[in-house]
Design a protein around this ligand. Structure first.
Ligand code: PLP
Length: 319
């Protein structure tokens, strides 16, 4: 959140507006829609990041409120992996720029797929931000963030980082260096495990839906997935048949997959978004975005896939 907050604050002034995709990670959503409103910065969201008319309408609404300074995106989003078309966002940002003498800075939270499976800067974003706490750190033993972009854009971010003191401590920096050595190996193994687990769940009689990017039907989301991401990664959700009781029963039976709300570590984790990460989201909004009481989010790690399937087999048993 330090990296995200320092990046956004580097490019906004009172009276500005932030356009953002929905859903965002809860901390980012709170920063953009609540914290910054106290500093005279408004926010307008768009729910479908691949729908040109919807994104354009939200951008026009934002530009009518003041200078559109930053476009904050997160793709794939958490927990249902909805996507934002970064090329589309760039096109609209260029159109707005021609009118307001400032091109909005496009920020992309690349925590879920990057830097191995998605490169936002190549797709039109200006700054790629990360929670390094997740896949990059990868061992659930550090908290950190990063912002990457051109030297020109990094300059104000670096200055504000110094002013606020949001530098990472030396020990965590050393651990990040260690983690980078195995980043691609870990993400590739987790990605292939996730494919095995997702296919197992899709065929399971007690599972209703699997929200996994390769299972997207033909349509704009699928086209964006194929053009923007080189793999689906290993964080995705599924809905069990039933509701809260069935989801809790499955979660409580898990023995190898640990219950925790983080993601991106070597160990597989599961959580119940409706009562944890998304408990602050009103029930009607949760229903609209598809987070139900039956939804379980998985972050698949690098264990042997057979162990994960065995654990899910017994966790999904009736009774
Ligand atoms: C997509 C995404 N962005 C940002 C964050 C914030 O990361 P941190 O906890 O490292 O500040 C998280 C944390 O869950 C996240 O999932």
């Amino acid at each position: 959140m330090s990296a995200i907050a320092t990046t956004i604050l580097s490019f906004i002034r009172p009276g500005d507006v932030i356009l953002h995709s929905q859903p965002l990670y809860g901390g980012t959503e709170t920063l953009v829609t609540r914290t910054l409103s106290a500093y005279g910065v408004a926010a307008v969201g768009f729910a479908d990041g691949v729908d040109e008319a919807g994104v354009r309408a939200a951008a026009e609404e934002a530009a009518a409120l003041g200078r559109l300074a930053v476009i904050m995106t997160e793709t794939p989003s958490n927990p249902l992996n909805t996507l934002v078309d970064l090329k589309l966002v760039r096109r609209i940002a260029d159109e707005i720029a021609a009118r307001q003498q400032h091109r909005p800075i496009i920020v992309c939270d690349n925590t879920l797929l990057g830097p191995v499976f998605q490169h936002p800067l190549a797709c039109g974003a200006d700054v790629s931000v990360y929670s390094l706490t997740k896949y990059v750190g990868g061992h659930s033993d550090l908290i950190g963030g990063a912002a990457l972009g051109s030297e020109t854009l990094m300059k104000p971010i670096r200055l504000l980082r110094g002013a606020f003191g949001t530098q990472l401590d030396p020990h965590s920096c050393w651990m990040i260096g260690r983690s980078l050595e195995t980043l691609a190996l870990r993400m590739e193994r987790a990605d292939s495990n996730a494919g095995i687990v997702a296919e197992f769940l899709r065929d399971h009689p007690r599972v209703a839906t699997v929200h996994y990017l390769p299972f997207l039907p033909d349509g704009p989301q699928r086209r964006v997935f194929e053009s923007q991401c080189s793999a689906p990664g290993s964080t995705f959700s599924f809905d069990v048949k039933g509701g809260l009781a069935e989801a809790f029963s499955c979660l409580n039976r898990m023995q190898i997959i640990k219950l925790a709300v983080s993601l991106g570590g070597t160990e597989s984790l599961a959580c119940h978004p409706a009562t944890t990460t998304h408990s602050g989201v009103p029930a009607d909004v949760r229903a609209r975005i598809g987070v139900s009481d039956a939804t379980i989010r998985l972050s698949i790690g690098i264990e042997h896939a057979d162990d994960l399937l065995a654990d899910l087999t017994q966790a999904l048993q009736a009774g």
